[in-house]
Design a protein around this ligand. Structure first.
Ligand code: ZN
Length: 103
């Protein structure tokens, strides 16, 4: 299974390829949508990396794997088990399974 980080790295590579394609021919270079698409993809990847970077596995109370993020570790019912709802949501959106953390 592809990890979240591998998936995002692939998206960055595709955005770079799209940028190169945009610069490859005069017609493509003149199409602002190609450059805007690549820029938009890079911004989305950066935003997602910022979100998932806040969530990380942490050995919590009772020797349980929990999420060590500030938000997930301070729930009134105790820390969220790992993978936390944020990571599970990202995995689901990227087509991964929630039983096996993709990170
Ligand atoms: Zn979390």
């Amino acid at each position: 299974m592809t990890s979240i980080h591998e998936h995002l790295a692939e998206q960055k590579r595709l955005a770079k390829e799209l940028h190169a394609e945009g610069a490859g021919t005069p017609e493509a270079a003149a199409d602002p949508l190609i450059g805007e698409s690549a820029d938009g993809m890079n911004r989305l990847v950066a935003a997602l990396e910022a979100v998932i970077g806040m969530h990380f596995p942490y050995r919590g109370p009772g020797d349980r794997d929990t999420c060590g993020s500030e938000i997930c570790s301070n729930m009134s019912w105790g820390p969220e088990p790992w993978p936390c709802p944020t990571i599970r949501s990202v995995e689901a959106a990227l087509g991964g399974a929630s039983d096996d953390p993709m990170l």
